[in-house]
Write a protein that binds this ligand. Structure first.
Ligand code: NAD
Ligand code: TYD
Length: 337
C-alpha cells in the first residue's frame, strides 16, 4: 500500500514517517510538503535512500501538483497533516491559515474523490471544541466552538470532510488530538521554546498567569493512534486522542528548568495571548473502547526524554534559530514585555 502523507516534513508528520518506516511493514510513503518555515527535511535524512520513501516538494493549494502526484505514485490512501499550525502566528497573520487549512483540505478532498482514494484521514485538533472551564472534558459530541483563527480554520476543514463523506461517500476518518510534544517540534511551541530559551540562558516567556491548562500527549502515542484510526476507524467517524496528562503551563516550565538544573528566575510572565483558551482536556474513552488505543507514555518520562533529545540535537535547532525564526520571535514577543 502507498500512502500520501501531506506535511511529512513537519513535527508530527515527520514522526509519523519514522513510525511507519521503522515499525510497520508493507506501507510505502510519499511525503508531499511545501517546506514552509515549519517543514524541515533534516527530520527525515535517515530515509533519503530508503526505497519505501519518496519526497515530493509540493503545495496542497496546487490541485495540478496534487493530482499529478497521486497518479504518478498510484496512491491508495491519504493522511493529511499539512497545515499552518501555530495559534500565535494565526493571530499575527490569519489569511494563510484559511488558505492552507481550509482551501488546502478542499483541494485534497476533491483529489481523493476524483482518484477514488480508498482511505482519507484528516488530522484535526482538540482546539476545534473551544475552551473548557475548571471541570469537564471534550467528548466527540462536544459542539465545535473554535476561538482562534487557527482553530476556526481547522474546524472549517473538519466540516468539509464531513460534507464529503455525507455527499460523496468519501471513505474519510478523522482524529482530533490534544497538544503534542516530542522530538523535531519547531521551537515556536511551548515545550521546545522553553527548553531552548532555558539552554540559551534567555527569559522563558509565560503568557498571563501561567495557569492555562493543556492536555499533553507524546507524539509517538498520537501517531500510533493515527495509524489505528487509518486502519480500523469507521468511515465518517472522528476520534478524540489525548495523553490524559493535564498540566498548567507554569508546571511544565518549572519541570524543564528543574530537569536542566536551571534557576526559576529565568521565568518571565508576559502579556497574555489574545483570546487565550483556558483549558483543554480530552475524553479518550471512545477510541479505547472501539479500537483499543490508549496513551502509553507517562508525561514526566516523555518530557524528560524530549528535553534530553533537544540537548543531544543542538545542531538541529541551532540551524532553525539562525534563519527567519528571529523575525517571528521579534514580531510575537516584542509587545508582550
Ligand atoms: P508543523 O507546523 O510542524 O508542520 C506542518 C507541515 O505542513 C510543514 O512541514 C509544512 O511545510 C507543511 N505545509 C504547510 N503548508 C503546506 C502546503 N500549503 N502544502 C504542503 N505542505 C504544507 O505542524 P504539526 O505540529 O506537525 O501539526 C501537524 C498537523 O497536526 C496539523 O494539521 C495540526 O493542525 C495538527 N495538530 C497538531 C497538534 C500539535 O500539538 N502540534 C495537535 C493536534 C493536531
Ligand atoms: P502552544 O504550544 O502555542 O500550543 P496551543 O496554543 O496550540 O495550545 O501553547 C501551549 C500553551 O503555552 C498555551 O496555553 C500558550 C502557552 N505559551 C506560553 O505561555 N508562552 C509561549 O511563549 C508560548 C509559545 C505558549
Amino acid at each position: 500500500m502507498r500512502i500520501l502523507v501531506t506535511g511529512g516534513a513537519g513535527f508530527i508528520g515527520a514522526n509519523f514517517i519514522h513510525f511507519i518506516l521503522k515499525k510497520v511493514s508493507g506501507v510505502d510513503i510519499v511525503n508531499f510538503d511545501k517546506l514552509t518555515y515549519a517543514g524541515n527535511l533534516e527530520n527525515l535524512t535517515e530515509f533519503e535512500k530508503n526505497p519505501r520513501y519518496t519526497f515530493v516538494k509540493g503545495d496542497i493549494l496546487n490541485a495540478e501538483q496534487v493530482d499529478h502526484t497521486i497518479s504518478k505514485y498510484e496512491i491508495d490512501g491519504i493522511i493529511h497533516f499539512a497545515a499552518e499550525s501555530h495559534v500565535d502566528r494565526s493571530i499575527l497573520g490569519p489569511l494563510v491559515f484559511t488558505e492552507t487549512n481550509v482551501i488546502g483540505t478542499q483541494v485534497l478532498l476533491e483529489a481523493a474523490r476524483k482518484h477514488k482514494i480508498k482511505r482519507y484521514l484528516q488530522i484535526s485538533t482538540d482546539e476545534v471544541y473551544g475552551s473548557l472551564g475548571a471541570e469537564g472534558l471534550f467528548h466527540e459530541t462536544t459542539p465545535l466552538a473554535p476561538n482562534s483563527p487557527y482553530s476556526a480554520s481547522k474546524a472549517s476543514a473538519d466540516m468539509l470532510v464531513r460534507a464529503y463523506v455525507h455527499t460523496f461517500d468519501l471513505p474519510a476518518v478523522m482524529t482530533r488530538c490534544s497538544n503534542n510534544y516530542g522530538p523535531y517540534q519547531f521551537p515556536e511551541k511551548l515545550i521546545p521554546l522553553m527548553i531552548i530559551n532555558a539552554l540559551n540562558n534567555k527569559p522563558l516567556p509565560v503568557y498571563g498567569d501561567g495557569m492555562n491548562v493543556r492536555d499533553w500527549i507524546h507524539v509517538e502515542d498520537h501517531n500510533r493512534g493515527v495509524w489505528d484510526v487509518f486502519e480500523k476507524g469507521k468511515i465518517g467517524e472522528h476520534y478524540n486522542l489525548g495523553g490524559i496528562a493535564e498540566k498548567p503551563n507554569i508546571e511544565i516550565v518549572k519541570f524543564i528548568l528543574n530537569h536542566l538544573g536551571k534557576d526559576e528566575s529565568q521565568i518571565k510572565y508576559v502579556k497574555d495571548r489574545p483570546g487565550h483558551d483556558k483549558r483543554y482536556a480530552m475524553d479518550v474513552s471512545y477510541i479505547k473502547q472501539e479500537l483499543g488505543w490508549e496513551p502509553k507514555i507517562k508525561f514526566e518520562e516523555g518530557l524528560a526524554s524530549t528535553i534530553d533529545w533537544y540537548l543531544a540535537n543542538k545542531t538541529w535547532w541551532e540551524r532553525i534559530l539562525s534563519g527567519d525564526y528571529q523575525n517571528y520571535f521579534q514580531a510575537n514577543y516584542k509587545d508582550r514585555v
